[in-house]
Every structure is written in C-alpha cells, then in structure tokens.
Ligand binder design. Structure first.
Ligand code: NAP
Ligand code: ZN
Ligand code: ZN
Length: 347
C-alpha cells in the first residue's frame, strides 16, 4: 500500500482538510500516476456537502486529474513511465454490460466505479479522487493528453470538457447553428469554446450581469442577462440547441420557450428538482434531455478535438490550502472559469 497525502471532507458539514489515504500498489494492469493538477468541479461541492444524498465519508473529491505515469504493472500495454495522462469521473466499470460494450461506461448497468464517493469493483473499497498526490488506475480508464498542451489548462477537460462536448456532438451541432449556453461557469465556459470550435453561433444566457466581456472574450457571439425582464420575450424561439449547465434551481419552462420548434434543451447541471410544465414541450414539439459526462472513447476524442482546435480551459491555479475559499467562490458564481489545484502544494 502507498500512504498518500490528501485533502478530504470528513462529514457534509466539515471543511475540506488534510487527511491520509492508501493507494494500492499497481497490479498487472494498473498504472500509478503522480498527480500534478486537479480541477474543482461543482459536483465536488455537491457531493462533499452531501447535496445529492448518500455521500460516503471521508471523501477525497477531485475528478479532473492530470499527471505523469510513474509506475506500470507488468502487463500494461498502453502506457509508459513518463506519459502525460488524465483521469476523469470514473476509474472502472463492469466491462460486460451493453453500456460498457458500447463505450458508454458512465452508464454501466452494474454502476461505474466513480473516481470518488464510490467503490472499486469489489463493491466495498472506497474510491478517492484527485485532491491527493497519486492515484492507481486500471490502464483502460486512463486518457492520453496530446503533447504540447499545458497540463493545468487540460485538467478541466476531464469533466467540464467532456460533459459539454458529448451533448454538442450527440446532437450534431454544426456550423451556423444557434446554440445557447446557459450558465457561464466551469462547464459553461468549456461549452462556449467547444460549440464555437464546432462552428456554432453561441449565445451565453447568464444571471451575472458582469460576465458579458468575459463571455465575448471566450468567443461568444452574444450575451443575454436572464434577469432582464425582456430577455425571454426578445429571445423567444431563437435557438437550435440549449445546453443548461446551471447548478442551482431555475425555471426550465421559461428556457424551453427560447427553443425553435422540434429543438432540444439538454440538462447537464444537477440542481434540486423543480416542476416541469407540459405546454412548452407540447406546443412546439420541443425536447428536454439530459447528459452525463462521456465514455472513455469519447473523452479521448474530446481531448484530441481540443488539441486540434486549440481549446483549453481558462483556469485560476490555487494551492490545496485554498480549496475551501475556492468552494465559496464557486457557489457564488465567482469562478473565472475553473479553479485548478497545483498538487505540488501537497507534496
Ligand atoms: P459552476 O462553475 O459553479 O457553474 C455553474 C453556473 O451556473 C454559474 O457560474 C452561474 O453562471 C450559474 N448559476 C449558479 N447559481 C445560479 C443561480 N442561483 N441562478 C442562475 N444561475 C446560476 O459549476 P460547474 O462545475 O460548471 O457545474 C455545473 C453543474 O453541472 C453542477 O450542478 C454540476 O454538479 C453539474 N455537472 C454535471 C455533469 C454531468 O455529467 N451532467 C458533469 C459535471 C458537472 P452565471 O453566473 O453565468 O449565471
Ligand atoms: Zn465534474
Ligand atoms: Zn458495465
């Protein structure tokens, strides 16, 4: 076993604090990764604070992990010591069910082993995430970072990148499409960049008046403040696609009215439930859908797409000691646009 410094939530009410965990020595098919950077996703906060229920404590959050391979098992074929790699939201799955066979491991019918707040395949060993100095992962659940990409700006692609790329790809976004990105945070800013790289006309729908210039600098074509009383009437039936990344409760019904006939709004943000009316869907044959991260194959495709299009996250690099302060800023929508922890601060 490898004794590993980490930061953990001990209970839902406790701040994230120093902790020690054990990592397994790499088995024949495992790689050991020295963690260099780990992004902070709003899902870390939802889970560390048990906002979704069922959290497992102590919890070491973090599923936007980048680092270098430092050790490999004797049957590893895909990786060498020194490779720059990433680990996203899950570290294993059953490999046999229909979802796994189709490369959609996040939907594994037995339940994927998520990177933290979950269990290994034995169903009892807790998994721990990237707020730590190293991680041991089966080689099939590791991503290749294309060469030349700055690693701290790649880390957020492992969750925020794939979560926005996947629905934009699945729904066939193409040049000229009118795409709205709802919420300009970690996911939202990646959504803007990726939709632009796909050729879409991108509008940011935001409740933060002061993010207009940022949105335009990130590549958006338009910016709408949703608290403006005319916002909904002026943008009625405007969009071919809405990607909803908002982490807090908001009225889906109002946003559905902004879609053209037959078009789709995809939810990726996971706030508490709110009532849904039939009329906005029925009257214009609109669709409301959801999406969860992406499988390993699609995550690699997204990394290669981002490398080819020069897409990177805009990050604020912090030390692990600043993590609680960063959580407070994320909750206040004051992240520009992803906090990334420099894990050297824990070594
Ligand atoms: P984030 O950085 O906090 O961004 C969320 C954005 O939502 C904020 O920046 C803000 O944008 C908007 N927002 C926040 N509070 C609001 C409020 N009260 N009213 C209206 N808008 C509000 O979070 P994130 O890391 O991007 O994650 C977003 C959500 O996606 C979270 O619920 C997270 O758990 C979920 N998530 C889902 C998946 C998936 O696979 N489906 C993956 C990762 C994360 P403006 O300031 O522009 O309004
Ligand atoms: Zn995430
Ligand atoms: Zn499976």
């Amino acid at each position: 076993m490898l004794i590993t410094p980490a930061y953990a939530a001990m209970t839902a009410k406790a701040p994230i604090a120093p902790h020690t965990i054990q990592r397994r020595e790499p088995g024949p098919h495992d790689v050991l990764i020295d963690i260099l950077y780990c992004g902070i996703c709003h899902s870390d906060i939802h889970q560390a604070r048990d906002e979704w229920g069922g959290s497992v404590f102590p919890m070491v959050p973090g599923h936007e992990i980048v680092g270098n391979v430092v050790k490999i098992g004797d049957q590893v074929t895909q990786w060498r010591v020194g490779d720059a790699v990433g680990v996203g939201c899950f570290v294993d799955s059953c490999r046999k069910c229909e979802a796994c066979r189709e490369g959609e491991e996040q939907f594994c019918e037995e339940g994927a082993s998520f990177t933290y707040n979950s269990h290994e395949r034995d169903g009892k060993t807790p998994t721990h995430g990237g707020y730590s100095t190293c991680i041991t992962v089966n080689e099939d659940y590791v991503l290749r970072i294309p060469s030349g990409m700055p690693l701290e700006r790649v880390a957020p692609l492992l969750c925020a990148g794939i979560t926005t790329y996947s629905p934009l790809k699945q729904y066939g976004i193409k040049p000229g499409d009118q795409v709205a990105i709802l919420g300009l945070g970690g996911l939202g800013h990646m959504g803007v960049k990726i939709a632009k790289a796909m050729g879409a006309k991108v509008t940011v729908l935001s409740h933060s008046v002061n993010k207009r210039s940022d949105a335009m600098a990130l590549g958006a074509d338009d910016f709408v403040v949703t608290s403006d009383k005319n916002a909904f009437t002026e943008n009625l039936k405007r969009f071919d696609f809405i990607l909803d990344t908002v982490s807090a409760q908001h009225d889906y019904n109002a946003y559905l009215e902004l879609l053209k006939r037959d078009k789709t709004m995809v939810l990726v943000g996971i706030p508490d439930p709110i009532p849904l009316a039939a009329a906005p869907l029925v009257m214009q044959r609109r669709h409301l859908a959801g999406s969860l991260i992406g499988g390993i194959r699609e995550t690699q495709e997204m990394l290669d797409f981002c490398a080819a299009h020069g897409v990177l996250s805009d990050v604020e690099v912090i030390s692990i000691q600043q993590v609680n302060e960063a959580y407070e800023r994320v909750v206040k929508s004051d992240v520009r646009y992803r906090f990334v922890i420099d894990m050297a601060s824990l070594k």
